[in-house]
Design a protein. Structure first.
Ligand SMILES: [Zn+2]
Length: 451
């Protein structure tokens, strides 16, 4: 068997792993590089897309599905296996990525790709349920396990037959940060020969969820008192729905005073619509609230800004107010225009709840830089800037270690650590080397292993 790594090595974007074995070639994820690594998207794949038999797609984040159009335009015509929510969310995410690159005058991952091509690509999805055994061909069987990261996210167990011997490969995908509202807890996996585990927060322990919620409540009370604006950059999937879910609970139980909340992200609004279609994928608590007649994503004071005619509504509203806008990593979306307008006022607060990559605007703000450049404009930061990671949809170091540790029967011979910056991956590797007998590897982009 040959294993090669085509992204998310010592970095968090571009997830793509190729497995080649006795006439079968498949990818796990085919994600876009983002931030400083984006130029890698323009490189040709070092394999022929036409030779790929199928793709296992763990979830719909762009850094996991964003190069599927490139694969398709390169001639790939195999099946893409995922859950149904992943398929639906991937469609809006890919169409949005194409639009954003056009609007910003940037070259898309697949320069000739049109909306029509993305819609055609969607026809190649086969949606599978969690837990069930799926026979892909004579040498491959797969199972999807709930990864608890965003709606429909999956870890994959792959049973591969080689020379009449079976090997089990396990791909974590991105693992959730339990307990999280709406999604279920990441499922543990009993055994594997080879494991591929993410390490986004391989060097961090998150604050408790309760503490994070208390901080958010306190910040809401503060902006009400200061008649200020609370800005929260959000990702379209999960973070938005999780915040709406918490705010909905607080408003309906009168745990916070009335304050208008503006959700300014057409993509997040579309994603929320898809969330509504898949109640079966929710955890018990969310399903029971729905059973009692509650709308999880709507409450008094919530305004969704969905089209051009509503533009400017959030700016016109008199403070105090809360603005949730995309994107979580400050790329694209409306958040930057709000930052330009409101960061210079000490009555306002910027609450960062998402991962910010090294060197990014978000990371500079977290590092308390006094002035930052946004779209060529220098902004002197007077607003209160605060980062909390308990709303992260990624497992922290402890949860990652527990997930790997649960794989016992058999214990893995090799563990590849992917999807984490150098320091995060190495930190997780150091602990695993001390606690397991498995061979622990932090691969480099382009590395190939013969096993
Ligand atoms: Zn993800």
């Amino acid at each position: 068997m040959k294993i090669s790594f085509h992204g998310a090595c010592r970095e968090v974007t571009g997830s793509c792993t190729l497995i080649e074995s006795e006439g079968v070639k498949f990818l796990v994820d085919c994600g876009m590089f983002q931030g400083e690594e984006s130029e890698k998207n323009q490189k040709d794949f070092s394999f022929n897309p036409k030779d790929i038999d199928f793709v296992l797609l763990t979830h719909a984040h762009l850094d996991h599905c964003g190069r599927l159009p490139k694969l398709f335009m390169g001639g790939f015509r195999g099946r893409i296996y995922s859950t149904a929510p992943t398929r639906d969310l991937a469609e809006i995410i890919l169409l949005d990525a194409l639009k954003v690159s056009r609007d910003e005058g940037k070259v898309f991952v697949a320069p000739l790709c049109t909306e029509g091509d993305i819609l055609e690509l969607m026809e190649f999805f086969t949606c599978l349920a969690y837990e069930k055994e799926n026979k892909i061909n004579d040498s491959v069987k797969i199972w999807l396990r709930d990864a608890g990261h965003i709606l429909g996210s999956a870890s994959f167990e792959v049973l591969l037959k080689e020379n009449e011997k079976e090997k089990k490969l396990v791909f974590s995908g991105d693992l959730g940060n339990s307990p999280a509202p709406i999604v279920r807890d990441p499922e543990l996996i009993s055994g594997a020969d080879i494991v591929f585990v993410e390490s986004t927060y391989g060097n961090r322990i998150h604050e408790s969820k309760e503490k994070g919620k208390e901080i958010l409540k306190k910040k809401i009370e503060e902006v009400i008192e200061k008649q200020g604006i609370l800005m929260i950059p959000v990702f379209a999937m999960e973070r938005t729905q999780e915040l709406l879910y918490e705010l909905n609970n607080w408003v309906e139980n009168q745990e916070i005073p009335y304050i208008p909340v503006f959700l300014d992200s057409p993509l997040a609004i579309k994603a929320t619509g898809i969330y509504r279609n898949y109640v079966d994928f929710y955890d018990e608590e969310a399903r029971s609230l729905i059973g009692k007649g509650d709308d999880l994503f709507d409450f008094k004071g919530l305004f969704m800004i969905n089209n051009v005619s509503q533009a400017g509504v959030a700016e016109k509203a008199i403070p105090p107010k809360i603005i949730l806008a995309g994107s979580g990593m400050f790329q694209g979306g409306k958040i930057k225009s709000y930052l330009k307008r409101y960061l210079g006022d000490s009555a306002n607060t910027l609450l960062i709840i998402s991962y910010q990559s090294e060197g990014s605007l978000g990371r500079r703000l977290i590092n308390k830089e006094k002035s930052v450049e946004i779209d060529g404009k220098i902004i002197h930061v007077k607003a209160d800037v605060l980062a909390i990671f308990s709303f992260s949809s990624h497992a922290d170091q402890l949860a990652l270690l527990n997930w790997v540790d649960a794989i016992k029967n058999p214990k893995p011979k090799k563990v590849f650590i992917v999807h984490g910056e150098e320091s995060a991956g190495q930190s997780l590797a150091t602990i695993l080397k001390g606690t397991t007998r498995s061979d622990i590897i932090v691969p480099v982009y382009g590395n190939k292993y013969n096993i």
